[in-house]
Write a new protein. Structure first.
Length: 244
């Protein structure tokens, strides 16, 4: 289960790269997905994030495309209950409706998400005085049971900039279970990518440039769950944080 806002991410300073590496979305075989199980995990851990792979692409107008690719192994009955579905939020004033896809490796076979099961539940606004056009999509994962490996991707595109060309974001890996491989990639067309790292000693992002596109990759090894007091800014909690 994931904590916090979708645009806010916490990292523990586990900076060593893990092998095997994160596969391309939906390209790995069953054997390759199982090979992502590495390291010692407590027996009562409900699930393990085998890979958390996130990419943000900004165009020259500041519009963003966000892709969240995750691979998760279910280990207990609690994990089945907690990780039985996928959801995504978006705001129509600046974003298109998200695209979702998923598959579940269960009993040696892959079962793909049925697009007809994707639904948009009624929005719930806790305040009668605040208007928000935020909406949610959700769908149940198929055939999830103990031992299943879930792979899913959420793709959200902006049709207009959120706050002009200088839009920025912060990202943290805030999971309630161990996450073994973690990567954030940011690209920008024609604009420099400035970043700030909080509580991440020794991290050296990889930078590249392809014609007019700049690219920065932040890559980490294992991230174990960390408790923090909700409601406080991540900067004040000591939780490692990336700001771009």
């Amino acid at each position: 289960m994931r904590l916090g806002l979708i645009l806010s991410v916490c990292l523990l300073p586990a900076l060593a790269s893990a092998a095997p590496s994160i596969p391309e979305p939906f390209q790995a075989s069953a054997k390759q997905l199982r090979a992502l199980r590495t390291g010692k995990i407590k027996a009562d851990t409900p699930a393990v994030v085998l890979a958390d792979d996130v990419r943000f692409d900004f165009d020259d107008k500041g519009r963003r495309r966000a892709r969240y690719h995750r691979i998760i192994e279910i280990r207990t009955a609690e994990g089945v209950r907690s990780w039985s579905s996928v959801r995504a939020t978006w705001e129509p004033w600046h974003s298109r409706k998200p695209k979702m896809r998923a598959r579940v490796l269960s009993g040696g076979r892959f079962k793909s998400l049925d697009p007809s099961t994707i639904n948009e539940p009624p929005s719930k606004d806790s305040s009668t005085h605040t208007y928000s056009d935020r909406r949610t999509l959700q769908a149940p994962f198929p055939a999830v049971k103990i031992g299943s490996i879930i792979e899913y991707e959420i793709d959200i595109r902006d049709h207009r900039p959120r706050f002009g060309p200088a839009s920025n974001l912060s990202y943290s890996f805030a999971w309630t279970v161990p996450s073994l491989r973690n990567r954030v990639v940011v690209t920008s067309k024609g604009r420099r990518i400035r970043h700030r790292l909080h509580n991440l000693r020794g991290l050296r992002p990889r930078k590249a440039r392809r014609k007019k596109t700049r690219l920065v990759t932040f890559e980490y090894g294992r991230v174990d769950p960390r408790d923090y007091e909700g409601g406080k800014p991540y900067r004040t909690t000591g939780v490692p944080l990336i700001e771009v």
